[in-house]
Structures are given as structure tokens and as C-alpha cells.
Design a protein around this ligand. Sequence first.
Ligand code: NAD
Ligand code: GLY
Length: 373
Amino acid sequence: MSDRYRELSVELGERSYPIFIGEDLLGSQDLSSYVSGAQVMIVTNETIAPLYLDAMVTMLSADYKVDTCILPDGEVYKTLETYSMIMTSLLEAKHNRTTTVIALGGGVVGDMAGFAAATYQRGVPFIQVPTTLLSQVDSSVGGKTGVNHPLGKNMIGAFYQPQAVIIDTDTLSSLPQRELSAGMAEVIKYGLICDVPFFDWLEQEMPVLMALDNDKISDAIYRSCLAKATVVAQDEREGGIRAILNLGHTFGHAIETQMGYGNWLHGEAVAAGSVLAMDLSWRMGNVTDGDFSRSVALFQAANLPVLPPAEMTLDHFTQRMALDKKVLDGSLRLVLLGALGEAIVTSDFPMEDFNACLLDALEASKQASLAVS
Ligand code: NAD
Ligand code: GLY
């Protein structure tokens, strides 16, 4: 393995695993400690395969029987049907219970390959090789796997931890700018929920991060993974504190589902959703005017949307949000801020503030879209 990497660990007892972050890891790292049997199934998609699949196949073929499963690309394919394609590939290539699934791609591939690994012959090991910023800072870590249902995001899935996460920062060079921005939404999230010095640093460094300065981006990934690993180690199955990682997600999932999967990227929806959560926190007196403005400015510096889609209505939000996984006994729970850097999970927010923040944001979004048309 390259000596230009950093390592941290997700501490979960016997399910603990390392995260490696560095340049030029893909295709050169020794995975033998994490592959138990003789077979490997690399799951990727039709966009990533021409870029990075050969390097992995070449490296692994010396030691393992390597098969590949190339999925169609897109959030719209994060379905039970596509999951079933992975099962078919594993069965057709006669993979047994000692096989290892390798997820090579963004969060869509990682979530689906992880769910396939969790369920194939009641569970086989898997390794995450995330290739988008979003998957490197969030989805590859923590063991949430699954697929969407037409009625709701990530409604079918399992908690299932990987054996290791290999983050090759070089893969970001081929990532479209819009996807880089989407990943930055989850990076900013860590500053907002639990790390004010990181938030301050992001304000200073956003231009160089968006220009993909390798050392800085590696620092941002490391700090994000550390935050996520710390939270997951305390609450693997989201009985409590892990829910703070979903800042903006309840609003965001409503946007993604209502707009049709893939039309708003997950990170874009999380950015607009986080601003709504900040707005509500500000109306409740938890967040200062200055911190609210700084947060909006930081999302804008990463070229992210800070208003919901103009086509949506209050009813769309309330109906979609009622399906959220954080709804307990019929009452909607939201991740809000008690202060900058201090997330809270609560059902205790004034409904009039909730409605007003959505109505004001939807009106502002309509005005903004009229102004450009
Ligand atoms: P994605 O997987 O759809 O990838 C974005 C696009 O970039 C795709 O077209 C993909 O093919 C392409 N791509 C990937 N790597 C590339 C590269 N290096 N160069 C060029 N193109 C590349 O989207 P994403 O943002 O990575 O992930 C979003 C998904 O992750 C959502 O489904 C979301 O629900 C899920 N998610 C899961 C968790 C979790 O904890 N499991 C957390 C956050 C998000
Ligand atoms: N992305 C939220 C979580 O992993 O819990």
C-alpha cells in the first residue's frame, strides 16, 4: 500500500474496521487481510467501470477469482430490481458463503452492494471503495445499506458493517463539479452538528477545497470520517445520538422523493434541507442571525442550493416527512441545532415556526425562479 495514507478506525468491538485515506490506493493496496475466501465480486456501475474497474481487477486477479457486476448508473436504479441483479450475478458465478463483495463507486453502489452483501446467503463480507466525495465522507462509513422504495428513500435495508473502507482521493479528479458540491453538503454537515473549529476551517478553505487541493481535501475527508466514526461508535443502530448525522435529511428526503429520484442529488437536497433545519432552529432562538447567515453562505460557497424546489408545497413536505424513519409513535422528530456545532433531535418545535419556515422558503424559491425565467 502507498505510504501516503492515513488510517482511522470505526470502533465497534468485533465489527471494528479501518478506514484508509490517501492517494493512489485504488489498485495498489493489499486487501488480503479483509478478503477471507477465494472469490471476490466487484460491484460497480457503467460510469465507474471504464475509469477504475481494470485497476482493481488486475490487482485482485493474482490472488482471487474475480467476478464483476456492472449496474446501471443513477439514484433511480437504487431499487430492489437492481439489488436483485447483484444476487443473480453472485449466483450465476457460483459465489459461496466465503465470497467477498467489493463496492466500487458512490453511495448508490455502496448502499446496494452493502445490502446485497448483508443478505446474500445470510451475509458475506464486503469492502467499501468509495469514489465520490459524498461516499468517502459519509455513506461508506457506518454500515447503513439499502435501496429506495417509490414511497420513500432508503426504506428497505440493513445495518451491515464493511471489513474496511479504502478511500483513494485520486478518484475525485474525474468527479463532475456538481457531484463534488453534493459531497461538500455532508462535509459541512459535520461542522454544523458537532465541530465548530471544522466549520470555521471550512469557511476559510472552501475555495481551495472546491479546486480539489489534495492535502486539504484529504484533511476534510479525514475530519469528516473521524466525526462519523465517533458518532457511529457510540450508537451503531441509531437508537439515539446517530440521528444527528441526519441534519437536513428529513426535509431533504422529502425533496428527493417528491422531485423524482436523481433530479435533485442527495447532497443538494441535504443542503437545502439543512438550511431549513437551521432556519427553524433560528426561529426557535437557538441559532444567532450571524451563525445562520454564515451557514447559508458556506453552502453557497460550495455551489449548493439553499432553497427548496419552487415546485414543492407545504403539503408535499408534510406528507413526505410523515414517512421519515425518525417518526416515532406518529410524531415527527427533526434534527435541529441547539447552537452552532450542537445538534439536537427533537419533536418539540412550534408547528407555526415549522410551517412558516417552509412557506417562507418556498415563496423565496418561487420568487428566485421567476427572477431567472
Ligand atoms: P452516486 O452514487 O449516484 O454517484 C454520483 C454520480 O457520480 C454517479 O453518476 C456515479 O456513477 C458517478 N461517479 C462516482 N464516482 C465517480 C468518479 N470518481 N468519477 C466520475 N464519476 C463518478 O451518488 P453519491 O452522492 O455518491 O451517493 C448518494 C447516495 O448515497 C444516495 O442514495 C444516498 O441515499 C446515499 N447515502 C447513504 C448514506 C449511508 O450512510 N449509507 C449516507 C449518505 C448518503
Ligand atoms: N448518513 C447518516 C448515517 O449514516 O447515520
